[in-house]
Design a protein. Structure first.
Length: 447
């Protein structure tokens, strides 16, 4: 099962970088070109220059920067292996009040396992290009610049309570604001008994990759390449491990946002014919395309989606928003016999199979192309785009439940791409893991 270890993290030297908000960044895969330029301007030492470098030879440029920043003392490496406890506070996404939510977790090294071992499970499909990109970065720099987001299931929340007790009354090592979106508080824990307690508790858990699938698979390939170069490897070498943030599936602060779809223009179809095709599978509930109608539409979609399979739709030149409710589960049982019940009952599976494939005629291989589907978590932005930009339809989804995601992963199945969005994203730049092929993981931490 899950094998974790403390490590000597590399952190920004706060004697040189006094305002850490200027050097942190979101994960590389959610940074737009405009956001990258903004981050570049914030500081010559912003982590974006390592995770998403824009030089002509980005991998070697990052390798040089990483070495230079260590030599300059911009980065400092901890002397003792540690576990890093992270409390991420963020605004309530629903906007109902001004209260903040808090997600708790810890950053450690986790032993890399082949998916066939079933100790670490993916839940989404991946693409080759991002995996190759992250592999080339690891081979050039021998480091993890951002933690992979993993989840474990512990209903009693004993691990988080143990870590909270350990840091009670202790000032955080790092406290940083992220552009008004929230704040992160990080503690370094080196107590050997606490670390061993967490290590033992984690050994009984299977891990679900919540975010960072491409980076995990890149780490798998990196490990395999270094194993080929090292004679008589033991498994304790640091290249057998990857930096992960581990959160509890039952944490009240675990928030999953839906990822909505924008569809490029599809083969033209008279709207009456399209509506009849949709009625083969769905009951249709219309709302007017007015500001008030949009509010009703989104409220009904969120409220009704707690118990039923609902998908929101907006088609270009149709004056209505539509809520589509699946008529009968047997439809999916008949058309998706090869999928397990938890996977075929996902709203995103229903959307891709019944609407995109069977109604709009978009084959699965065509759906996988970036030129056909765009994704966003902003429902109002998506609805506006279908009216003003070159899209044929927008589909609004409700988020999947964490327990359902874990059940699908434990069955060895994967959800469609962009099925989940764990909010908020983990920050890059809090802790870095340097991978020295000559170092070994300690079976027991030093006292």
């Amino acid at each position: 099962m899950a094998r974790i270890a403390p490590f000597r993290g590399i952190l920004y030297n706060q004697k040189k970088i006094r305002d850490l908000s200027r050097v942190i960044a979101p994960p590389y895969d959610v940074i737009t070109p405009e956001e990258r330029e903004r981050l570049y301007r914030k500081s010559p030492y912003n982590i974006v220059r390592l995770i998403l470098n824009q030089e002509p030879d980005p991998y070697q440029s990052v390798a040089r920067l990483f070495e230079d920043w260590q030599a300059e003392g911009v980065f400092v490496r901890d002397e003792k292996p540690a576990l890093y406890f992270l409390r991420h506070r963020f605004p309530n996404k629903e906007g109902k009040d001004k209260e903040r939510q808090e997600r708790q977790g810890f950053i450690v090294l986790c032993r890399i396992e082949d998916f066939s071992k079933r100790a670490i499970r993916p839940h989404e499909l991946t693409l080759e290009a991002p995996k190759e990109d992250r592999l080339r970065l690891m081979l050039a720099c021998h480091a993890n610049f951002s933690p992979i987001f993993g989840l474990y299931s512990e209903p009693k929340r004993i691990i988080n309570r143990t870590l909270m007790e350990q840091v009670e009354g202790v000032p955080p090592l790092i406290e940083v604001e992220e552009d008004g979106k929230g704040s992160c508080l990080l503690w370094r824990i080196t107590d050997s008994q606490i670390i061993q307690t967490v290590r033992r508790d984690m050994e009984g858990h299977t891990l679900l990759i919540a975010d960072g699938h491409h980076r995990y698979e890149a780490a798998l390939n990196y490990r395999d390449q270094l194993r080929e170069k090292k004679v008589n490897w033991t498994g304790r070498e640091t290249f057998n491990y990857v930096m992960m943030y581990l959160g509890n599936l039952h944490d009240d602060g675990l928030v999953i946002l839906p990822t909505h779809r924008l569809i490029r223009p599809f083969p033209p179809m008279p709207f009456q014919e399209l509506e009849q095709a949709l009625q083969r599978y769905f009951y249709i509930e219309p709302y007017p395309k007015t500001p008030e109608g949009q509010r009703w539409f989104l409220q009904a979609l969120r409220h009704g989606g707690r118990k039923r399979h609902l998908i929101g739709a907006s088609f270009k030149r149709d004056p209505r928003y539509l809520i589509l409710r699946l008529k009968n589960k047997r439809i999916m049982q008949r058309l998706a016999k090869d999928l397990s019940e938890p996977l075929r009952e996902l709203d995103v599976t229903i959307l891709h199979l019944l609407i995109l494939e069977h109604t709009l005629g978009l084959a699965p291989e065509k759906q996988a192309g970036a030129e056909v589907i765009s994704y966003s978590q902003d429902e109002e932005k998506v609805l506006k785009a279908v009216e003003k930009e070159d899209y044929g339809a927008a589909f609004i989804l409700n988020p999947p439940k964490p327990e359902g995601i874990m059940e699908i992963a434990l069955r060895g199945e994967k959800m469609p791409q962009k099925s989940t969005y764990f909010y908020p994203k983990l920050l890059s730049g809090l802790v870095i893991n340097k991978i020295d092929p000559e170092e070994e993981i300690q079976e027991e931490p030093e006292g």
